[in-house]
Design a protein around this ligand. Structure first.
Ligand code: NAD
Length: 477
């Protein structure tokens, strides 16, 4: 495959490539350009000019282009979904759902943009502005670099690119190195629909190279990033050099709390559904299972039964519920963290075996002092079970992490559920469900080290634009 800079398919300026590998078969799908700082800078210079012209295109025309884009994506849905499945190990059923989700997110932002207005401010609120009329308009920030992770290459592409483009920004997209082809195909659809060449460009290459370039370029106005906290912090440090706006959706080690008055069957279904979805590689997945000691044994028994019934296998088989991880390297990392948890005193009561890029879901009984019970995010289907006795203890364990993305609480007592929702330090709390939950409208994002900013139609349009105040003064004679 090649990159798309200024509407042209190009290789990296130094000719270097890396392999895009199907993690299920181990076969090379294609080679991918290892873009250089010169390549990225060229795209940014093009974007700078194109963005100014794009911002002059009336909103209704930009909305029409996005509608055309989603119809083109839907015509190609099966091909794009197969690519997402092949390069990422995601099940074909989930991949199809994710491409449809991308269309829904683009359409939602296009609709929301049509209702996105400035403000007027109270007249005569102070003597020095008496009689003036003050109103605001929204203008694009300029050139965005959108960096996405491997785990939701379609949905997260949409959450970054749709709001930026519809409001008149230009975007340079840099997808994860493990999943570059699906995002390339979607970018092609944008260009076919009529998005100008300099407004949607697509680059590939090592994240480190992109980060180093971002720290020194003067042609980028904003960086929107989803990925790990360590990289988010590095990007923020680099962005300070040129005061780029930075939006960060980062990691999580999300609590899922089970009180002994919950519906146990629902609790187990939510535990497994949340954790095994996308083979455990979801930022807002339930990653710490905080279970009241009175039901812990029964919960674990039922959990293991439910895991055994989960269909794991060939991602391209529509019957499969959980495929492999994104790469053998990712699976080896999960295996290493399972071993580390056991070394710290964890009791592995089920699973955890690795076969290539597959990891068998693992259930580990751990103490609340283990790393996994605090800040060690495991990006795979691992269920650390942590017991508790009292409500306050459950809240304390839930909050004993530097992350704060999402959370879930299972109980049939609405007062207890609400009290927990108010106490938990997380951007989302789901009652009677896992935190592995996202609506296009909700403000999605993290407390603490899980990020800065919120994504969703109610929020992102404000973040990708800047507000200009116009003060109209007149003399009342
Ligand atoms: P990652 O941080 O390794 O990579 C994410 C992206 O950043 C990739 O495109 C990568 O190439 C790029 N990158 C890597 N180093 C970079 C650098 N120095 N400068 C610029 N870009 C760089 O993360 P990942 O392994 O792809 O994804 C998993 C992580 O993402 C987990 O921690 C997960 O919780 C988090 N995540 C968060 C959300 C959210 O919405 N909060 C969603 C999905 C994933």
């Amino acid at each position: 495959m090649q990159m798309i800079i200024n509407g042209e398919y190009v290789d990296a300026s130094n000719g270097k490539v890396f392999d895009n590998v199907n993690p299920y078969t181990g076969q090379v799908i294609c080679t991918v350009p290892s873009g250089t700082r010169e390549d990225f800078e060229r795209a940014a210079v093009v974007a700078k000019k194109a963005q100014k012209e794009w911002a002059e295109v009336p909103l209704y025309k930009r909305v029409d282009i996005i509608r055309k884009f989603t119809s083109i994506v839907r015509e190609n849905l099966e091909d794009i979904a197969r690519t997402v499945c092949e390069e990422g190990g995601k099940t074909i059923t989930d991949a199809r759902g994710e491409v449809e989700c991308l269309c829904m997110v683009f359409e939602s932002f296009a609709e929301a943009a049509r209702h996105f207005c400035g403000n007027t401010y109270p007249l005569n609120a102070e003597a020095r502005t008496q009689g003036d009329i003050i109103f605001t308009v929204r203008e694009p920030l300029g050139v965005f670099v959108a960096i996405t992770p491997f785990n939701f290459p379609m949905e997260l592409y949409a959450h970054k690119v749709a709001p930026a483009i519809v409001t008149g920004n230009a975007v340079i997209i840099k997808a994860a190195s493990d999943t570059p082809l699906g995002a390339l195909k979607v970018t092609e659809c944008l260009l076919k629909a009529g998005v100008p060449a300099g407004v949607a460009q697509y680059v590939t290459g090592s994240g480190r190279e992109v980060g180093a370039w971002l720290a020194q370029t003067k042609n980028v106005d904003a960086v929107t990033f989803t990925g790990s906290t360590a990289v988010g912090m590095e990007l923020m440090r680099g962005a300070a050099n040129n005061l780029e706006h930075v939006f960060l959706e980062l990691g999580g080690n999300d609590p899922h709390v089970f009180f002994d008055d919950c519906d146990l069957d629902l609790a187990v279904a939510e535990a497994v559904g949340g954790r095994c979805y996308n083979a455990g590689q979801t930022c807002c997945a339930n990653k710490r299972f905080i279970v009241q000691n009175t039901i812990k044994d029964e919960f674990v028994r039922k959990l293991i039964d439910a895991i055994k019934a989960y269909r794991i296998g060939d991602p391209s088989d529509p019957q499969t519920q959980m495929g492999c991880l994104v790469s053998e390297k990712a699976a080896a990392e999960v295996e290493k963290l399972i071993e580390k948890t056991v070394q710290q005193g964890g009791e592995l009561v089920y699973g955890g075996k690795r076969d290539g890029a597959f990891i068998e879901p693992a259930v580990i009984l751990v103490s609340k002092d283990a790393d996994v019970a605090k800040d060690m995010e495991i990006f795979g289907p691992v269920f650390p079970i942590i017991g508790f006795d009292t409500f306050d203890e459950a809240v304390q364990i839930a909050n004993q992490t530097s992350y704060g993305l999402a959370s879930g609480v299972m109980t049939n007592d609405i007062n207890k559920a609400m009290k927990f929702a108010m106490k938990v330090q997380a951007g989302t709390c789901v009652i009677n469900g896992s935190g592995n939950y996202r609506s296009v409208h909700q403000p999605f994002g993290g407390y603490k080290h899980s990020g800065i900013g919120r994504e969703g139609t109610t929020h992102t349009l404000s973040e990708v634009t800047q507000e200009k105040t116009v003060a109209m003064r007149y003399t009342q004679k």
